[in-house]
Design a protein around this ligand. Structure first.
Ligand SMILES: [Zn+2]
Length: 233
């Protein structure tokens, strides 16, 4: 297992809190992978790497919660990081024939998303940017077909999970955004860690740096002792 120090992860969390999701994804991967290459990887490949880091941090099992769009029943389901990672694309350049026209496209990358003005980051701009060879004029339908082919070639671009509500039998496809999921976990982890730092600093008078330098196991033991003393105090 590859490790990342609590201090490093906490710094990434702090610096990335106000960043757009693409920047957050690259920041989380920065301690493990080279920066320039990362931005040029297909988004699905980058997301697979994010899930690998997520495995190192929190394990392979992802507990997910959604609400039925029809009756609002709360549904829980689990995904495995290894299953999702297996969907990462293997080739970056693809071809499509549509209505007698031939399109050659590459898969979108983080660099593409960063290069687009957020207000203008429509899928049309993204698709046009990723076209390597295309007829001089392409219809909206043709570009939509290219977009569909992109998602087929890189399912992690727009991963959809088939779900069925046990209460009302409604079936639907729920989007699963890797970055949003992983960031939410890192955010919860950071908030828990800061609470633990607060508890230990208050109980022992230690400074933040020393508390973060403790191994998670040792921190947990001191916290247990603090809580034990409080409960018997
Ligand atoms: Zn329902």
């Amino acid at each position: 297992m590859t490790t990342i120090s609590s201090t490093t992860l906490l710094t990434i969390w702090e610096n990335s809190a106000v960043q757009p999701p693409v920047r957050r994804a690259l920041s989380l991967l920065a301690p493990f992978f080279s920066d320039q290459e990362l931005a040029e990887l297909p988004i699905g490949t980058r997301n697979a790497m994010l899930l690998m880091v997520r495995e190192w941090l929190f394990g392979t099992r992802m507990d997910c919660v959604v609400h039925c769009p029809q009756c609002a029943t709360r549904l829980e389901f689990t995904l495995s990081t290894t299953d999702v990672r297996a969907l990462a694309p293997t080739t970056t350049v693809h071809q499509l024939e549509f209505a007698g026209q031939r399109f050659t496209f590459r898969l979108p990358t983080s660099a593409d998303l960063l290069a687009l003005n957020p207000d203008a980051a429509t899928s049309r701009h993204l698709i046009e940017r990723c076209l390597l060879a295309a007829p001089a004029t392409a219809s909206t339908e043709a570009l939509a077909a290219v977009a569909a082919a992109m998602v087929q070639a890189d399912p992690l671009l727009d991963l959809q999970i088939a779900l069925r509500c046990p209460e009302c039998d409604h079936t639907w496809m729920a989007p699963f955004d890797v970055m949003t999921f992983v960031w939410r976990e890192v955010d919860s982890w950071a908030q828990r860690l800061l609470r633990d730092v607060h508890t230990l600093a208050k109980a022992y008078g230690w400074c933040e740096r020393d508390i973060l330098a403790l191994s998670p196991r040792r921190r947990a033991w001191y916290l247990r002792l603090v809580h034990y003393e409080r409960s018997t105090g």
